[in-house]
Structure formats: structure tokens, C-alpha cells
Ligand binder design. Sequence first.
Ligand code: 9PG
Length: 533
Amino acid sequence: MTLPFQLGNHQFKIQADSVEEIKGGLILHAAQAHVYVPAPPLSYYRHGWQSWSLTTWQHPNFQLPIQKPAILHPLQTDPIYVKHPSPNGSWLGAVEFEGGNVLLLGSLGLDAHVALHGQQLHGWYEAGNGEWFVGYGKEQSVFAQYAELLGERLGTAPGKPTPRVWCSWYSLYGAIDEGLLERVFDQLGDLPFDVLQVDDGWQVSIGDWEPNEKFPSGMEALAAKIRASGRTPGLWLAPLLAVPSSVLYRQHPDWLLHDVNRNLASAGFNWGEPLYALDTTHPEALDWLSALMKQIRAWGFDYLKLDFLYAGALPGKRHIDMPREAAYRQGLQVMREAMGTDAYFLTCGAPIIPSLGLCDAIRIGPDVAGEWESYRDATLLYNPTTPGTKNAIRTTVNRLWLKPLIATDPDVAYFRSQHTSMTDEQKRMLQDLAQVCKFKATSDIPQWLSTGVREELRAFLDARPEIVRTGRNTFTIDGCLIDFSPAMPLPKPPHGMAALARTLLGWLGNQGFVMRVLNRLGKKALQKMITNL
Ligand code: 9PG
């Protein structure tokens, strides 16, 4: 049915199977929902699929260049919609009108997408039909109401205190070994960290979650060392991925996600290898995941950062035919049950809405990095998901409406003055974002900090400031005005020579050998950086 609807001063036309009025909006039932807005909107809210995917307000007529390289689409975007010609986003979309009010169309279930066609918001479920929320009014209250409805349906996090985390990734990257980690952990001294989290680099392979030769004493010994220092041991893994060099890949090809042509479905490319996804509807794969979670807990790790989780929700042919995000959620549920609700569970690279209610925290933006923005990645590749501080702040701030539902991880803050090209102001913005998110982490090596800066880090970790949101990008932190607007603009799409360079770079980025060389060069640069530690 099509109905005219008065919301605020605006007359909207709504098309759905049924419409029910609730306070502050409407609940629709439909496989396809349409909302016709009375005037051309000023801007459109695009919501990215998983932690790293772009989330931003954009001009409704702006056609976002397709981000490159294409080989990374499954790893950085929802690959189904990456070439969609209209402004579009996962589960929800919103438009802003003159006067500052917004209209939001958001699904209250999984496997849904929204696009803007001129003056029409169009939402659809990939399989079957479901519920939608339509809200109109002040931006913060419309998004808050959407969050509340999502929480009622998918659940909210149990609200454990958010730990302050030292994470090994953004300083040591893959170059960790047990001796080096123990030295750094010692140097942390009495800095008030609750969790020491070992990131990527401890495992034999992506798929083979056993300690490699750099951890000869084993993971149990490492966890015990951390525990003995009075902190909680944390561990990273990417349980839904397998690379060709892994035993998992060789022994269980039937556990992997396939495409309609019965080839393996690509989950992107990283660590110099193509990535493949575990099929979370396969009972043996689920048993394996469950045993893996129990193993990690038995080693003594109580903080789990499960990464690259999008792999469980990629499109493909599954052992049991079911919508892709429902399949992911089933896998997540099995992992949560196996690890126990007493573990602190952070999801990363994770489809946002399908993760709600099953974890404690979620990364809501792409990785930070030592630089604000890279010209190659931002402008030439037009890739807003690659590691970089500006990308991280942009997407994170645009997802803060999720805060009532789950702990929101903005990634680590930087305090160091070595191994970064960021200005003090840029570093400050990341630190402020951590306070706003109430999720504080860093990877800084104490040796890289002067005594003064070490004390700044301590004060940052100890602080519990009062946060007030005063606008889309503005907050007060203990009364002090903070503005994240400098991180919001998207780069200008490349023209002329830059467009040519873009084509060439995009092609190079799709070549496995180029990615392998980049991977090797990265490792060399890293070795140089850590020689004195
Ligand atoms: C470990 C890292 C860290 C980090 C995670 C995740 O687009 N990409 O190619 C891409 C690669 C790695 C990545 C994010 C994006 O980082 O977010 O915190 O744990 O894995 O490998």
C-alpha cells in the first residue's frame, strides 16, 4: 500500500505492506520499503557494511568513485553493492533537510540495504521481508530511537566496564615475538592498563591458530606472564579466514565458502596471500570454531579480539542455504557461547548490525595509522577504508549513535612522537575520540615516550571526563569544545593525470605479485623500526 504521512511539517509518501505508528516514527513491514520525501535533501547518510567500511554524510548527487584495488572489495566493502550507482548503505540510510531535521529509513533485521534515488529512499531485504523504522526529527534523537529499536530486537552488550588496552599491532605489527613482548610489557610498569593484547603475528598461519616459532614457550606461558603482572591477557585472531598455506585450507576445503560456480569465494587478499572464508553453516566448521574458542580460553586469554569477521557474511553458496548475515550471526553465536559470556569479546572487521547482542565491543572504523592521510590511498585509489587516522575518525564519529547498544572501539590513540608524521593536533583528536567513545587503547612503546608524554598517557588512561555531544561532529569533554570536522571531508575525485595514475595503481593493486612485494617491503621497514627495542 502507498500512504501519505505527515511527519513534522513534512508530508511523506510511504510504500510498504503495513504501516504502524509509534512515538517518533513508524514501523513498516515490507520486503521493499519506499519513502518519498517532499523536497530534495541536502545530504545523505551512507552507512558502511563492516567496521572498516566508509560511513559518512555526503552530497546526495555525489557519485563516490569505486574504491580500489578491486581485489580488496570483499575485505573492505560489501562486495555486492560496491558498484551500485546510487548513494547507498547497509541496513539504513538517512537524508537531511533544510532546517536540520533528518529522515531515517532503517531495517530492524539482517540482510537489508538502503539506497537513495532522487527524492526516494528505497530499502530492501535480500531474502524475505522484515521490519523497518522510519523516523523524522532531530538527528540525534532519530538515530537514538533507531538504536533503541535495534537493541530490543538484537540485544545490547552486557555493559561490562570497558578495559584500557595496550595492543601490540600499531607499533610492532607482525614483528612480535615472546621476548620482545615481555620487554615491552615490563616497560609499561605501573601505567594503568587493564588488558595487554597480543595482536597478529603469534600464529602459525591464518587458519592454524597455534603459536609459531617466535613463541617457543607457548601461549599459555605468555598469558600466565601477563596475568602475573596483574593484567588481563588478550589475544587477536581471525577465526573465519583461511589462507592457502594453512593446514586448515588443505584439510577442509569443504568447510570454505564457495560461489555459485562452485569456486572458492574470495574474502580479499592480505599477508601476501588470497583469503578464503569459513562457511559458518557447516556443522564441522562450527565444532572447530567452538573448540578453538575453548582452547584460547584454556590458554588463559580472557579478552578476545576476533578480526576479519566479515568473511562469515560474504555472499556465496553455503552448506545450509540461508541469508548470509543470518549465517554469520549463527557462527558468532557459537563462538560467543564457546568462549563464555565472562570473556571480553571485541569484534573487528565485523558486519555491524549482525554483531549486536553477541559481543561486548565492536570496532566502528578502519585502522588508524601513523599518518593522517595518504595521497595514494585517499585520492588516487579513492579508498576511505585503508589504515589512516582521518579515515578512522570520519567513520567512527559517524557511527557514534551505536554507543547505547555496545562498547564502540575507535582503534588506538597515539602519544608517540617517533614513527608518526601526525601533528600534535591530529594525535590529540584521536585521544579525544577515545574519550568520547570511552574506549581507550594505545600501541605506543614506552621507550618512544618522554617522561612528560608518559605522564600524559597515564592521565589519559585515568581520566573519566564528562562527555556531551553538541552537534554532529562536536562534543564537550569536561566542558572543553572538541570538533572532529577536519576529518570529515572526502577527497576530491582524481582528475587528469591523477585519474590516469589511479587506473594504473588500481591495476597494480590487483596483481598478487605487487601485493606480495608490498608485503615484503613492509616487513623490511618494520624490522628497521624495531631493531633498538
Ligand atoms: C592485524 C590487523 C589489526 C587491526 C585490524 C586488522 O584493508 N585492509 O587491507 C586491512 C588490513 C588489515 C586491517 C584492516 C584492513 O587490520 O583492524 O587492528 O588487528 O588486522 O592484521
